[in-house]
Design a protein. Structure first.
Length: 226
């Protein structure tokens, strides 16, 4: 269960965000805060995994709260909640620990997609070896790309994470048919995601020619470079 702390100075907005989060399987809201100081105090008391953090707070700005969270030994992720006019500023601060952001106003469907995307990435990171820091950085880059509107229509973050995980763990060339069987997807869906990952440079595409017919497309995970 992913423990969530909701932070917003608007009581109504905090209540909505809590109700949204509680509707998504795998998430549990453990507290609410209306100021930056309260948020930092509750982090110490409740030890959440994820903070849904409004950028505008009456005492300490959300980005400053995020910076202070990064100084702590405990790993805490942040999904920032902001307005459209502040998206550019927030994008420049993504390295500070913000793994996603939501632009007000947003629907439950958008909220759910963001949290499910985060949950998928979190599950995958838990399966990675702790020393594989470069691969972890690449996964966060894929996740953040969706927050910046970089993923095309028909490509969802949870499925993208799943497909990437299947290919990486295979350790060898795999086809769309192989990935579809392992991930529980149709061959066409697997092929679409594999092509996207290959175009982004995450996978290497090679062609295997048989005795007749079209060549088979094979995909392999590209190791991160130092």
């Amino acid at each position: 269960m992913i423990r969530v702390l909701v932070v917003d100075d608007d009581f109504m907005a905090a209540s909505v965000h809590r109700s949204f989060a509680e509707r998504i399987p795998g998430f549990e809201v453990v507290g609410e805060a209306t100021t930056g100081q309260d948020a930092l105090r509750l982090v110490d008391e409740l030890h959440p995994d994820l903070v849904l953090l409004d950028i505008y707070l009456p005492d300490i700005g959300g980005l400053e709260v995020t910076r202070r969270l990064r100084e702590r030994e405990e790993e805490i992720d942040v999904i920032a909640i902001t307005s459209a006019k502040d998206v550019k500023t927030l994008r420049g601060a993504m390295h500070s620990g913000v793994v996603h952001y939501l632009v007000k106003p947003f629907t439950f469907a958008t909220f759910r997609e963001r949290l499910e995307s985060y949950a998928a990435l979190r599950a995958r990171l838990e399966r990675l070896h702790l020393a594989d820091q470069y691969e972890i950085d690449r996964l966060y880059s894929l996740l953040r790309a969706n927050s910046q509107g970089a993923l095309p229509k028909g490509i969802s973050p949870p499925t993208l994470t799943l497909v990437a995980d299947v290919v990486r763990q295979a350790g060898d060339d795999v086809s769309a048919t192989d990935v579809a069987g392992s991930a529980g997807l149709s061959r066409g869906t697997a092929r679409r995601y594999l092509e996207f990952l290959a175009d982004s440079g995450t996978l290497e595409l090679t062609l295997r020619y048989g005795a007749a017919g079209r060549p088979e497309h094979l995909y392999r995970w590209v190791a991160a470079k130092v």
